[in-house]
Write a protein that binds this ligand. Structure first.
Ligand SMILES: [Zn+2]
Ligand SMILES: [Zn+2]
Ligand SMILES: [Zn+2]
Ligand SMILES: [Zn+2]
Length: 257
């Protein structure tokens, strides 16, 4: 700090000398001196002591305006640091201290940002949920999530029949995850309806535009009359046997009579 002040002072003096020696140059653009720029001459210099500031007094040889520049004490009398602005998680803070020499001056220092103060909550993974670590800053609430393990997916056992399918009615089978108990169901296709002849009778294929008569219908049309004929023949034969039997009986009656 002390060194930087001295450096600053020497730069200033060099610049002033430049102006003095070269005339209109780089400094003092607000000047209203008749010469365009002041031509300062060092009139007086008091050396700074360890805890006492010195000074240099300049006088413009053209217009007579005087300038005094403080030469800070070589050893400062610093007061304790004062916090100007507290740092937070991401923004640095600022502190200041004041030197109490004849010409008080301040020094500023940045206070580094604190960084987040994360608290971690761990959520373990399951069949459907990823394993998570949630980081939340206790100071500012900044939050982010990291996946440390992906969801495993269900571990289903084999399908188990719970209700068998029957003719015309769907059945039900289910399987269960051995890890979490998640249950899945699916229907078992209904069985075909057997023995109901009218379901096959006069089936009309509307889409194809053609009528298709099933085997059952054919049976009804062609075989049923045949069956009736066979039945009639059977009845006639039965009658014939009956008559024959009666005749036999008559004969026996005659023999024993
Ligand atoms: Zn001047
Ligand atoms: Zn000082
Ligand atoms: Zn934070
Ligand atoms: Zn599961």
């Amino acid at each position: 700090m002390v060194i930087s002040m001295k450096k600053w002072m020497s730069i200033l003096i060099v610049l002033i000398l430049c102006v003095f020696m070269t005339g209109p140059a780089v400094l003092a653009q607000e000047d209203d001196c008749a010469a365009g720029h002041h031509r300062d001459i060092l009139m007086e210099r008091v050396e700074p002591l360890e805890t006492t500031d010195g000074f240099e007094r300049f006088r413009c040889e053209v217009c007579g305006r005087e300038v005094t520049i403080v030469l800070f004490a070589t050893v400062c009398n610093w007061e304790p640091w004062i916090i100007e602005r507290e740092p937070d998680c991401t923004e640095p803070g600022l502190r200041r201290r004041t030197c109490t020499t004849a010409m008080p001056h301040n020094e500023y220092r940045e206070i580094p940002a604190l960084g987040h103060d994360y608290e971690v909550t761990v959520y373990s993974s399951s069949c459907q949920e990823d394993g998570l670590r949630i980081y939340e800053c206790a100071r500012c609430g900044d939050i982010y999530t990291a996946i440390y393990e992906e969801a495993s997916g269900h571990t289903f056992g084999a399908w188990q029949e719970e209700m068998p399918a029957s003719a015309g009615t769907e059945g039900l089978e289910a399987r269960v995850c051995s890890d979490c108990g998640e249950r899945e169901e699916r229907p078992i296709a209904a069985l075909a309806i057997a023995g109901r002849w009218f379901d096959h009778f006069n089936t009309v294929d509307i889409v194809a535009g053609a009528a298709s008569i099933s085997f059952a219908a054919l049976f009804a049309v062609f075989l049923a009359p045949l069956a009736v004929t066979v039945g009639k023949e059977k009845a006639a034969f039965k009658n014939f046997l009956k008559r024959q039997e009666t005749a036999d009986r008559e004969d026996r009656k005659y023999d024993f009579g």
